[in-house]
Design a protein around this ligand. Structure first.
Ligand code: GLU
Length: 449
């Protein structure tokens, strides 16, 4: 049995039974339960009215068929999901992921994490997540558009600015959000800008939303470093991934005086000791939609590419896993520690396995869990919703300032909560308990619903 309080064991067993085979969901619940023992010891009222049981059961789970036709006229069927996990703090909020690995368990774990993450932002947003096992790789614009239209034709009836507000995630960026919004508008005959976030700047999007997750993660790690009198200045950094989160993490680290020497995609990683050329990565990933192996081909001398292999073998001071769940295991963590890593910030959702987190914490490495570290994206989505509701549009600086103060605040809340519960420096515990307390307080106020 996992390392959880005995009062929580039967609840966890029920989660395992009711969600059989959904290993990522089990992992996410277990990690939160490891922190909750201390809360129910101090505030036993939270164990009443089956509050924790209710928190583990999504309010609604939607699964639907998504038929679409490729450019050659062949019909394909994908499966669509939306898990509306918890609306205690506001409308369900969370991204859509289009990736062949998507299944109900993955969407459920992401929606569960999102509930706590969104609570930590202090913004009025509940938790949800959705997506499809559709693989956008190699698909034409027209195919992606037809897929998005079919997906929205089913999902639109469950959405609304006061009900559920999706955004992007892996495989869903500005292009897809545009197609999804276009179809929503057509089906409902309403220009309801606040129904989706991550929109283009000319049709209701927010400045700094694209950059927000990566920038926010960098602010969070900067705050952790500052507690030890350190900064990014002169630090060697490794950022896995080469998508939206990784790209804007690299950009902000560079601005803070750090040097990112490696990034990756699912095929391999690239090392450039002179510092990753961000313009080139943007060109490869955002314009050409190509593989990161192109980097060495285009840049040449002084850089190298490793197919497969672990990017965590590259020695660094700061590691920011920003690709996908469970991409960094206990062995990788041990190598990073041996190489003297000082801080690890999760840019992706749950990229470190529980073993890896234990290795970092035992070694005294500053560790920022995803639900705190990567909350800047969804926080800026909430700022986009604010701008939509007031039919306003803020400057880049104003929006980034809000983002940076939200991230500093999340950091300070996690640190203060960890301290209050007798585990100073444990950001995992701080994030889980601070997020839980906000959701639990609202759920208690609403009664048994
Ligand atoms: N997919 C992002 C996340 O994991 C953003 C969600 C949103 O903006 O709603 O937090």
């Amino acid at each position: 049995m996992p390392n959880i309080d005995e009062k929580l064991v039967p609840i966890f067993e029920e989660v395992l039974r009711r969600n059989a085979g959904e290993s990522e969901f089990h992992q996410a619940v277990e990690e939160v339960f490891e922190s909750l023992g201390r809360v129910i010891a101090k505030k036993p009222e939270y164990a009443e009215s089956a509050l924790i049981e209710r928190l583990c059961e999504p309010e609604r789970q939607i699964i639907f068929r998504v038929p679409w036709t490729d450019d050659a006229g062949q019909v394909h069927i994908n499966r669509g999901f939306r898990v509306q996990f918890n609306s205690a703090l506001g409308p369900y909020k969370g991204g859509l992921r289009f990736h062949p690995s998507v299944n109900l368990g993955i969407i459920k774990f992401l929606a569960f994490e999102q509930t706590f993450k969104n609570a930590l932002t202090g913004m009025p947003i509940g938790g949800g997540k959705g997506g499809s096992d559709f693989n956008p790789r190699g698909r034409s614009n027209a195919e992606v558009m037809r897929f998005c239209q079919s997906f929205m034709t089913e999902l639109y009836r469950h959405l609304g600015e006061y009900t559920d507000v999706p955004a992007g995630d892996i495989g869903v960026g500005g292009r897809e959000i545009g197609y999804l919004f276009g179809q929503f508008k057509r089906l409902t005959n309403r220009y309801e800008a606040g129904v989706l976030t991550g929109k283009g700047l000319m049709h209701g999007g927010s400045r700094a939303r694209t950059e927000a997750t990566g920038y926010g993660a960098t602010y969070f790690v900067d705050s952790m470093l500052a507690t030890k009198g350190m900064s990014f200045e002169g630090k060697r950094c490794v950022v896995s991934g080469a998508g939206n989160v990784a790209i804007y993490t690299i950009e902000k680290i560079r601005e803070f005086g750090g040097r990112v020497i490696a990034c990756s995609d699912s095929n391999g990683y690239v090392v450039d000791e002179s510092g990753i050329d961000l313009e080139l990565v943007k060109e490869i990933k955002e314009v050409r939609r190509a593989r990161i192996s192109e980097y060495t081909r285009l840049k040449g001398g002084g850089t190298y590419y490793v197919a497969q292999g672990s990017i965590w073998a590259v020695p660094c001071d700061v590691a920011m896993p920003s690709a996908t769940q469970n991409e960094l295991n206990g062995k990788d963590a041990a190598i990073l520690v041996k190489n003297g890593v000082l801080a690890v910030g999760e840019g992706a959702n749950m990229p470190c396995t529980p073993d890896a987190v234990r290795v970092f914490q035992r070694a005294g490495v500053l560790f920022g869990p995803g639900k705190a570290t990567n909350a800047g994206g969804v926080a800026t989505s909430a700022l986009e919703m604010q701008q939509n509701a007031s039919r306003d549009s803020w400057s880049f600086d104003q929006t980034e300032q809000r983002l940076s103060s939200i991230m500093r605040n999340i950091h300070d809340t996690c640190a203060a909560t960890a301290e209050e519960y007798g585990a100073p420096g444990d950001y995992v515990l701080g994030a889980n308990i601070a997020g839980f307390e906000r959701v639990a307080a609202a759920m208690t106020a609403f009664g048994v619903v």
